[in-house]
Design a protein around this ligand. Structure first.
Ligand code: ATP
Ligand code: ZN
Length: 308
């Protein structure tokens, strides 16, 4: 097992270095934080439009939020209970002139300068769907709501794997309604998501998955999530053929967000919710991994799908 993991780690580092050498990724010196060149950004944009198109027949409402949410939103979401190790909070300097001089001195001396920074009322968005629940507090219409949302997200999980980023784009279709509607919707997206990956020529498959919940209690939560098949993932090889990576996640939250954000169905019961999240950089990386670094040489039918 250790040997396989070592081999996968070496493959990931090699793939990352090659992406940087090709100019597609621009290294920043921080693990899991990259800039992108014009072509890679164009590929991400094309994938993003495909995700929009995939849900268009259902006429979702479109919402876009900046990559920060209120402290109140993350507190209500339960993220701090389940994933404190990924969370990022925004702090800002609030000192006087003396504190400012001390700040500059510490920067010059290469000391930690963050002590003079006080908490603000925003935190970094951990998943694109969170601000949607916050915005939809109240009673849903009879047919529920369906939202198309895309945002940069932050998760503190520094890694050498170019597919495990600290800041990445997630495009989601989010459904809110009664339990039956949500279960049907969640199940219906499995075929759609598999079709999406197969149209892009990716060697993808669906697996039952769980979230990386914090701590020992988190292991129980993860086991129960797997038993109930609440999280499915479409995985595809990116850096390593032997260890495929999740490119799309289909998450069923039952009435968790309905309860925590005070969202009810027309009959007054807590709403159920589900979301399908597409990792845009991961899908773009899977395309380069599968079809090669020269985008102009990708198979014609793949170029057709992406409008290249
Ligand atoms: P939930 O609603 O259950 O909290 P979510 O939709 O908010 O889940 P995930 O299911 O954790 O979020 O992730 C959605 C997709 O985002 C993943 O399938 C993956 O493609 C992408 N993703 C997740 N983490 C990373 C990361 N560190 N780097 C790049 N892409 C990521
Ligand atoms: Zn989500």
């Amino acid at each position: 097992m250790l040997v396989i993991e070592e081999a996968a780690r070496a493959e990931r580092t090699h793939f990352r270095d090659e992406l940087v050498r090709q100019g597609l990724l621009v290294a920043t010196g921080v693990a899991g934080l990259f800039g992108y060149n014009e072509e890679f950004e164009d590929t991400v944009g094309r994938v993003d439009r495909q995700v929009t198109a995939l849900g268009q027949a259902d006429h979702p409402e479109v919402m876009r939020f900046p990559p920060t949410i209120s402290r109140a939103c993350i507190e209500r979401s339960g993220y701090l209970e389940s994933f404190p190790h990924f969370a990022g909070a925004v702090r800002s300097f609030d000192g006087d002139a003396r504190a400012h001089r001390s700040l500059l001195r510490r920067v010059e001396e290469e000391q930690d300068w963050s002590a003079g920074f006080a908490p603000t009322d925003v935190v970094l968005t951990p998943a694109a769907c969170y601000p949607v629940y916050d915005a939809l507090t109240g009673t849903l219409p009879d047919e529920g709501r369906l939202v198309d949302v895309m945002s940069y997200c932050f998760r503190h999980e520094p890694s050498d794997d170019p597919a495990r980023l600290q800041t990445f784009r997630m495009h989601e279709h989010v459904r809110l309604g009664d339990e039956t509607a949500i279960r049907t919707w969640h199940a219906s997206w499995l075929t759609r998501a598999q079709g999406f990956a197969s149209d892009l020529g990716l060697d993808a498959r669906a697996v039952v998955a769980s979230d990386p919940f914090f701590g020992r209690a988190g292991q129980l939560l993860a086991a129960s999530q797997r038993d109930q098949r609440l999280k499915l993932e479409i995985v595809a090889p990116i850096a390593s053929a032997g260890c495929p990576t999740a490119i799309i996640s289909l998450n069923c939250h039952q009435d968790h967000f309905g309860k925590s954000f005070g969202i009810q169905t027309a009959d007054g019961s807590p709403a159920h919710t589900a979301c399908v999240g597409f990792g845009l950089e991961r899908i773009a990386l899977a395309l380069y991994s599968r079809h090669g670094f020269r985008r102009s040489a990708w198979p014609r039918h793949i170029c057709g799908v992406l409008g290249l």
